[in-house]
Design a protein around this ligand. Structure first.
Ligand code: SIN
Length: 518
């Protein structure tokens, strides 16, 4: 066991970096499984950050769009607070050096994305926002001596004492080792969401619900675990993870067609390709299921400009042998963002003392049942700062020397076959369209896999999150936003509220399914 007075930040994406900078000069230990900038979902974000920067726009309009997209379960006060401070965060990122796209008058260039009533997404070089913001923050962090970055380490669990988080169990992310307990006055979880729990995902390989799962196993209350967002336009080119074709392409006029050449969204929603993301995702899924391969057609809207204006999309096309100037891009839905996570208040506090959370691992009430595009990075910025300030105000400052860790040479990595079965199960039964029977099948499989791998804390973190998603989805007998039940296809007004659930409560539900006659 190692004791430190450093604040431990689990994760190294945008929320983690921003919080560490906010906490400076307070000593921080940042746990980053990969080299900084690699392995975090934030660096893969293509769209940008939603913020009402134009004179013709307002935080109130942004909040109204957020509430509308969220399908009845957005916390309106949270939406008002986050959209109100969005501008100051964009200005701060600009001051730090983020090279946002500018027009000839120096104004921010805004992308349009689905369900926004105005172009409102500040961007960098078309689809490079996540990468460039991360590079800016990493440069700032490297110049901040109070932050010790522990690269190549990952968290496997939280230590608690009388309902308070007192430490984090860490192990090597690059070798098979045992765990070391690092005790600390405060832990900030900022280690991403759960998309990789699904076989089809846009998330980096390590983002598999582990951080949410470790908080759940420590007893933290979860918010909205059933609400998972599926992105409509992941490249369908057989890659895992599936590369993203940003929604901003549709904002520029790209259309969705199927293998019959039909523009199918026209029959689905008045906003066609710019309908809320859950609606477009279900329509794409239906085309795939019907064997009419859906494709994103950028030809008329962008022509050869797609190659220069969207470098990440162009690079993926080149790798896959697709010429988007001549041919449409095959797409499929993929798990993209978890609206649910560790329930957090406005200060990023979880229900456990000593534990804060920010970014996709959290559930703040901003996203409701369907996140408005590019509100994810915004939420990460706002809550990272709020949490950093709250920790600074409530945890006494103490100097701390660098932490030096030696991991015991023992232990095993999660069984790849078990992880693959878990991911297939989530995609098959807890995905875009769900049924009570399918969710029960999923809960039985998750329970069996968990029993077979009970000694592996990393796998148990994954099964904890998978259990929460499936159990909350089973309990919500209606359809709302990203949660669609074939057996309850309509929203139920009485259920227009957020879910709060502990892992123990989810386990009771899972047990009741196991006890049912087959
Ligand atoms: C995209 O660029 O389509 C993704 C934006 C987001 O997920 O917010």
């Amino acid at each position: 066991m190692i004791q430190t007075d450093r604040i431990v930040i689990v994760g190294a994406g945008l929320a983690a970096l921003y919080a560490a900078l906010e906490l400076a000069p307070r000593p921080v230990l940042m746990v980053s499984p990969e080299a900084l900038g690699e392995g975090a979902s934030s660096a893969w974000a293509q769209g940008g950050v939603a913020a009402a920067m134009a004179d013709s726009d307002s935080p109130e309009a942004h909040a109204a769009d957020t509430v509308r997209a969220g399908a009845g379960t957005v916390d309106k006060d949270v939406a008002a607070m986050v959209t109100r401070v969005a501008r100051e965060h964009i200005l701060d990122l600009t001051t730090l050096g983020t090279p946002f796209d500018r027009d000839a008058d120096g104004g921010y260039v805004m992308s349009r994305e689905a369900a926004h009533s105005a172009p409102r997404v500040v961007r960098v070089q078309g689809d490079q926002a996540g990468k460039q913001i991360m590079e800016t923050l990493i440069a700032a962090l490297r110049a901040t001596p109070s932050v010790q970055v522990l690269e190549g380490a990952l968290a496997t669990g939280l230590e608690t004492e009388d309902g308070r988080v007192t430490g984090v169990w860490l192990r090597s992310a690059t070798r098979q080792t045992g765990d070391v307990l690092v005790t600390t006055p405060a832990v900030l979880l900022a280690g991403g969401g759960s998309g990789g729990l699904y076989a089809h995902t846009t998330n980096p390989p390590r983002i598999r619900g582990q951080v949410i799962g470790m908080a759940a196993r420590a007893g933290a209350v979860m918010g909205d675990p059933e609400f998972v967002q599926f992105h409509p336009t992941a490249f369908d080119i057989g890659e895992d993870p599936a590369p993203l074709a940003t929604e901003a392409l549709r904002g520029e006029g790209a259309v969705l067609i199927n293998s019959d050449g039909k523009r199918f969204m026209l029959d689905v929603h008045p906003d066609a390709e710019l309908a809320p993301r859950d609606i477009v995702a279900r329509a794409i899924f239906a085309e795939t299921q019907a064997g009419r391969r859906p494709m994103l057609d950028t030809r008329a809207a962008l022509g050869a400009e797609v190659l220069t204006a969207f470098p990440a999309v162009a690079e993926t096309c080149a790798r896959a042998g697709i010429d988007p100037v001549a041919d449409p891009i095959p797409v499929a839905v993929a798990a993209h963002y978890h609206m649910g996570g560790v329930a957090a208040d406005d200060h990023g506090r979880s229900s456990l003392k000593g534990l804060w959370v920010a970014g996709e691992a959290s559930s703040t009430g901003l996203h409701g049942a369907n996140r408005l595009a590019s509100n994810g990075l915004l939420e990460a910025l706002v809550y990272a700062r709020n949490a950093g300030q709250d920790i600074a105000e409530t945890v006494p400052f103490a100097d701390a020397t660098e932490v030096s860790l030696t991991f015991p040479e023992c232990g095993a990595a999660p069984d790849p076959a078990a992880v693959a079965e878990l991911r297939q199960t989530m995609t098959a039964h807890v995905g875009v369209r769900r049924t009570g029977q399918g969710l029960k099948t999923a809960l039985r499989t998750i329970a069996r896999l968990e029993t077979e791998h009970a000694a592996d804390p990393i796998f148990r973190n994954m099964t904890a999150t998978a259990t929460l998603i499936a159990a909350a989805a089973l309990a919500r007998e209606e359809s709302r936003g990203g949660h669609y039940r074939d057996d309850f296809p309509n929203p139920t007004p009485d259920l227009a509220h957020r879910t709060r659930m502990t892992l123990s409560e989810a386990m009771v539900l899972r047990e009741s399914v196991l006890n049912e006659a087959p």
